[in-house]
Write a protein that binds this ligand. Structure first.
Ligand SMILES: Cc1cc2nc3c(=O)[nH]c(=O)nc-3n(C[C@H](O)[C@H](O)[C@H](O)COP(=O)(O)OP(=O)(O)OC[C@H]3O[C@@H](n4cnc5c(N)ncnc54)[C@H](O)[C@@H]3O)c2cc1C
Length: 419
C-alpha cells in the first residue's frame, strides 16, 4: 500500500455524485491529507435521478428536492473542502489546476468526475418554453413552466424523455413524444419489452410519433412549435455527451469520455477519472464502455478513491440501472449488448415480470418490473457467469432465490419458455 501523508492533496474536479462519493471514500479508506472538491454548480453535490421524477411532480415547492449526496455537515466533519468554481485548465506535468475565479490549485492526485451534459439538438437553444434536463436548475425551471402548461412535446423516447412524459402526464398535461427510431429504446430493451412500454404509455394517454428524424422546433410568444404542431413547452432529451474537454486539452487520452484502465487511471500520471465522464474497459473483452447511471457514479468513484490511496482495486461492475415509469419500477441488470440468444420470462400478477436474457446458457441481461427482489436473487448467477438450466429458469415452481443453489448442483431438462 502506498504511504500517503497529511501534506498530500487530492483534487477532485466535478462535485456531482461521483465526486462527492469519492471524497467520502478517500476518508473511509484512510486518506488523511487535504481533499478539495471543485464544482461549477452553485449547489452542494446532489444526485440527478429525482430531477425527472419527484422534482417535477412534488406538490410542495419548498420540499420538492431531497437528493443531496451527503448531509450538509459531512463536508466539515470529513474535512472535505467543497469549492464552487470551475476548473479551466489542468497542467498534468506541474500538477496544477487553474480555476475560473483566478486561483490555482496544486495537487498530488487528481480525480476527474466531470460527468456529462445534455446533447443539444442542432439549432435548438434553450428558451422560455424549450428545455434540456440535466441540472437541478434545469429541473426547477422546467417545474415552474409545468405549473401553467397544458401540453408538452418530448423530443427523444429514451429513459429520460419517457420519465419526463410520466411526470407531465401525472400533472395532467397532454404529451407527445417524437422519437427518431421506429421503436422505443431499441438498444436497451428487447423488442417485446419495448412494445409493452409503448403500450403502457399509450394507455396513459401519451402519443408517439416514431421515425421523427428531421425535427424543427421554433419558440413563439406563448409556446413552441414542433414540426407543425403547437405545444406549451418542449423538452429535448436526446442523450448526453461526456465532459471530457479539460482532459483532452491537457493531453489526456479521450474517446467518448476520458479513457481509464480498470484502476480508473487516465493516461496522465496521478490523474484518475470516474462516473459519466469515464470510458473504461468492461468485461472479458475489455470493451471500451461508458456508463451513465447512478450505480456507476457510485461504485466507480469508490474504486477510484481506493486506487488513489494505493489500495489496488479493479473496477468490474455488473451494470444495474432503474427507471420509474408510472406504477412500474423497472430494474435492469447486465449489459443489453444485443448478444442474447434466448429470452425466458417469469410473469407474475399485476404486470410484474422478470425477463432473463441468456447467451450460451449464461444469464447476461435481466429486466424486472416491480420485481427488484427477484432480480437480486439471481444477481450472483449473472455476476459469476454461471451456466444455468433453462428448464429451471422457466419453472414457476422453483423460486428464483432457490435457483442459485440448485443451479450449482443439478441440471434438468431444457424446456424454457421462449419469448
Ligand atoms: C434527469 C436525470 C435522471 C436520471 N435518472 C437516473 C435513474 O433513474 N437511474 C440511474 O441509474 N441513473 C439516472 N441518471 C444518471 C445519473 O444521475 C448519472 O449517471 C450520475 O449523475 C453521474 O454522476 P457523475 O458524478 O459522474 O456526473 P454529474 O452528476 O454530471 O456531475 C459532474 C459535475 O461536474 C461538474 N463539472 C464539469 N466540469 C467541471 C469543471 N471543469 N469544473 C468544475 N466542475 C465541473 C458538472 O457541472 C457536474 O456538477 C439520471 C440522470 C439525469 C440527468
Amino acid at each position: 500500500m502506498r504511504v500517503m501523508t497529511m501534506t498530500q492533496t487530492v483534487l477532485i474536479i466535478g462535485a456531482g455524485q461521483a465526486g462527492a462519493r469519492a471524497a467520502q471514500a478517500l476518508r473511509t479508506y484512510g486518506f488523511e491529507g487535504r481533499i478539495v472538491l471543485v464544482g461549477d454548480e452553485r449547489h452542494a453535490p446532489y444526485e440527478r435521478p429525482p430531477l425527472s421524477k419527484d422534482v417535477l411532480i412534488a406538490q410542495d415547492d419548498g420540499d420538492c428536492f431531497k437528493g443531496w449526496v451527503h448531509a450538509a455537515g459531512l463536508y466539515d466533519d470529513a474535512r472535505i473542502e467543497w469549492l464552487n468554481d470551475r476548473v479551466l485548465r489542468l497542467d498534468t506535468q506541474s500538477h496544477v489546476a487553474t480555476l475560473e475565479e483566478g486561483g490555482e490549485l496544486r495537487y498530488d492526485h487528481c480525480l476527474l468526475t466531470t460527468g456529462g451534459r445534455a446533447r443539444r439538438l442542432l439549432d435548438v437553444p434553450e428558451g422560455p418554453h424549450t428545455f434540456y434536463l440535466r441540472t437541478l436548475d434545469d429541473a426547477m425551471r422546467l417545474r415552474a413552466r409545468l405549473a401553467t402548461a397544458q401540453s408538452a412535446a418530448v423530443i427523444g423516447g429514451g429513459f429520460l424523455g419517457l420519465e419526463f412524459a410520466v411526470s407531465a402526464r401525472t400533472r395532467g398535461l397532454a404529451v407527445s413524444v417524437f422519437e427518431s427510431a421506429s421503436t422505443l429504446l431499441s438498444r436497451a430493451l428487447p423488442p417485446l419489452f419495448s412494445e409493452r412500454l409503448r403500450i403502457k404509455h399509450e394507455a396513459q394517454g401519451v402519443r408517439f410519433a416514431f421515425d421523427a428524424k428531421q425535427m424543427r422546433v421554433r419558440e413563439h410568444a406563448t409556446g413552441v412549435q414542433v414540426l407543425t404542431e403547437n405545444f406549451d413547452l418542449c423538452v429535448v432529451a436526446i442523450g448526453q455527451e461526456p465532459n471530457d474537454g479539460i482532459a483532452r486539452a491537457a493531453g489526456i487520452a479521450t474517446n467518448n469520455g476520458i479513457i481509464v484502465d480498470r484502476h480508473c487511471r487516465t493516461s496522465a500520471p496521478d490523474v484518475y477519472a470516474a462516473g459519466d465522464c469515464a470510458n473504461f474497459p468492461y468485461g472479458a473483452n475489455d470493451r471500451a464502455t461508458r456508463l451513465e447511471s447512478w450505480q456507476n457514479a457510485q461504485e466507480q468513484a469508490i474504486v477510484a478513491a481506493r486506487n488513489i490511496v494505493g489500495d489496488t482495486t479493479a473496477y468490474a461492475p455488473t451494470p444495474w440501472f432503474w427507471t420509474d415509469q408510472y406504477d412500474w419500477n423497472i430494474q435492469m441488470l447486465g449489459m443489453p449488448d444485443g448478444a442474447v440468444d434466448r429470452w425466458i420470462e417469469r410473469a407474475g400478477a399485476d404486470g410484474k415480470t422478470v425477463l432473463m436474457g441468456l447467451r450460451n446458457g449464461v444469464i447476461v441481461h435481466v429486466l424486472a418490473i416491480n420485481q427488484g427482489g427477484e432480480l437480486r436473487a439471481i444477481r450472483r448467477l449473472v455476476e459469476e457467469a454461471v451456466t444455468v438450466d433453462a428448464g429451471m429458469l422457466a419453472d414457476p415452481t422453483i423460486k428464483l432465490r432457490q435457483l442459485d443453489k440448485l443451479t450449482r448442483s443439478t441440471h434438468s431438462g431444457d424446456q424454457g419458455v421462449l419469448v
